[in-house]
Design a protein around this ligand. Structure first.
Ligand SMILES: [Zn+2]
Length: 317
């Protein structure tokens, strides 16, 4: 048996004690590099590495604590929806910004279209732009993406003082939106990928995200390591091993069952491929579908669910 410093330890008790000491020194370590803090009734998730940067503001919203009412429950819905009033959403956004200490920043949302479009902002836009990633090196803007299963990713270049917010569902992941965003940061701000810190926010996990085998085929054709992100990389072409069990005539078998896709893993791999250091990537491993007490899941709740918001910005002082 050995502990993570490489020294051989013989007694389980010793190992436990050492772990406890380490956990007390750095509480964030114990939780995989991220924290949840309640501020003014809102539970906000943050990556510890990003929280250490004094000029940076960032956070991932959660479900409880807003003024919107969803089937008798008060929720922090941060996206405009048919079931919710505009006033509620704006009040929720105001409360979220206030809890983050970002009242003075201008919220910049996108009209998200599951694309690979990266928008560069030098000031607040007159109306939301179409795209799925936003980037800036200007202070006073609070870049935001909205999700309810898809993966939100926040990136910061601490050396060049630049930030981005990215929305990646399976389409954006397949179109390599993260790689393109990092390319934009390199061109616009001179960012070196090895300097970047990344936080991957709560999204649907590999435990719950079922997709058709045709999506597995597309990933397989695009990424050599795609098999690492699926529970099994079936493509639908394999013979159905249970064919003899069903009574359908040949050629009429039920379609093969779906496969499970781990989008967080796929996007983490994209960050590593782009040149980020593994220790600079924080993954908040909460599943939106498993944790409907804390998050929103479009897959599990359908159109009448709320939207989470992930934000990042540069303070102007
Ligand atoms: Zn799950």
């Amino acid at each position: 048996m050995s502990d993570y410093t490489g020294r051989v330890v013989t007694a389980t008790k010793t190992l436990k004690t050492k772990r406890n000491v380490r956990a007390q020194r750095d509480p964030a370590c114990a939780k995989g590099g991220w924290t949840e803090r309640t501020t003014r009734g809102l539970r906000i998730l943050r990556a510890s590495a990003l929280a250490k940067i004094p000029w940076l503001v960032h956070g991932f919203s959660t479900r409880p604590g807003g003024v919107s009412e969803l089937q008798g429950e008060k929720v922090l819905n941060l996206g405009f929806a048919e079931w919710d009033s505009q006033e509620n959403v704006l009040e929720n956004r105001r409360r979220f910004q206030s809890a983050l200490g970002a009242d003075r920043l201008t919220l910049v949302t996108l009209r998200q279209i599951h694309s690979d479009v990266v928008q560069l902002f030098e000031g607040p836009p007159a109306e939301p732009c179409r795209g799925d990633a936003s980037a800036t090196n200007r202070a006073s803007l609070l870049l935001a993406v909205q999700t309810a299963d898809c993966v939100p990713i926040l990136l910061v270049d601490p050396k060049r003082r630049a930030v981005t917010a990215v929305h990646a569902g399976w389409r954006g992941t397949l179109q390599r939106i993260l790689a393109k965003t990092i390319g934009t940061m390199h061109m616009q701000f001179g960012t070196k990928p090895a300097d970047l810190l990344a936080a991957i926010g709560p999204s649907i996990g590999g435990c719950c995200y079922e997709v058709g085998t045709e999506i597995a085929v597309e990933f397989k054709s695009q990424f050599p390591n795609a098999s690492d992100w699926f529970d099994e990389l079936r493509t639908g072409d394999e013979p159905n091993p249970l064919q003899w069990l069903n009574m359908s005539p040949p050629g009429h078998q039920p379609p093969p069952k779906n496969v499970l896709l781990d989008l967080r893993k796929a996007n983490r791999a994209q960050l590593l491929d782009a040149g980020l250091r593994s220790q600079n990537i924080t993954v908040i491993d909460l599943c939106t579908a498993c944790r409907r007490d804390l998050l929103f899941s479009y897959r599990k709740e359908g159109g009448s669910t709320g939207r989470l918001m992930s934000v990042i910005g540069i303070h102007d002082d």
